[in-house]
Design a protein around this ligand. Structure first.
Ligand code: HEC
Length: 187
């Protein structure tokens, strides 16, 4: 019954993007109500309603399809996990990350005005607040933010930028491993 969706997802996210749109946009109103190997019966069977109503349903289907396509695109940007990032920095440092060292590193200043906690908070399971712009920052701890540390480019970009702001230099691999070990231990 749900063949187009299970077929599409089993062949990967790219096909899903291509396959869903024609189904949602084109076939919503034209499919006969007969036993269709391809139809999702609840969503696609025509109801005894006016043409205009079906028009709205088509639009809504298009919007839903677009949202799903965008969600898939966001999901594709995620190329890693917090655990793999911790492994990466620990391997580079040649030692495991130490949570307590990470907590101490994160919450103290390093000769300048800011600590990491100045923006991310001392409890990074909660949202932070940018120390100069006041803008809200999503929690840094993976337990409180499923998208934290899921994109290698973002991880590297922000470590570089924030470490320079706080320490006037880049963080070492060991410091990054410690911070990640601490963040990963938070619940
Ligand atoms: C001046 C404010 C500020 C300070 C200080 C700061 N950060 Fe950040 N940090 C941010 C912002 C803003 C983001 C981006 C958040 C987002 O995109 O949701 C961020 C993101 C990050 C990320 C990316 C997380 C991910 O999901 O990829 C890491 C890692 C990070 N910060 C580590 C640190 C560390 C370590 C320190 C201390 C050395 C620190 N930050 C200090 C503002 C700050």
């Amino acid at each position: 019954m749900n063949a187009p969706f299970s077929l599409a997802s089993s062949t990967g996210p790219k096909n899903e993007l291509i396959d869903m749109r024609p189904l949602a946009l084109g076939k919503t109103m034209t499919l006969p109500p007969a036993p269709l190997p391809l139809a999702r019966p609840v969503a696609l069977r025509p109801r005894p309603a006016s043409r205009a109503r079906h028009g709205h349903r088509g639009l809504r289907a298009a919007a839903v399809s677009l949202c799903m396509a965008m969600a898939t695109a966001v999901a594709l940007a995620a190329d890693t996990t917090p655990a793999r990032q911790l492994e990466r920095f620990a391997a580079e440092a040649g030692r495991p990350g130490q949570p307590e060292a990470g907590r101490a590193f994160f919450t103290r200043t390093h000769g300048g005005a800011w600590s990491c906690a100045s923006c991310h908070g001392e409890q990074p399971t909660s949202r932070g607040r940018h120390a100069s712009t006041g803008k809200a920052i999503d929690p840094l701890a993976p337990a409180a933010n499923p998208s934290a540390f899921t994109d290698t480019t973002q991880v590297d970009k922000w470590f570089r930028r924030n470490c320079r702001d706080v320490l006037r230099r880049e963080c070492s691999a060991g410091e990054k491993a410690d911070v990640l070990a601490w963040l990963g231990s938070l619940r």
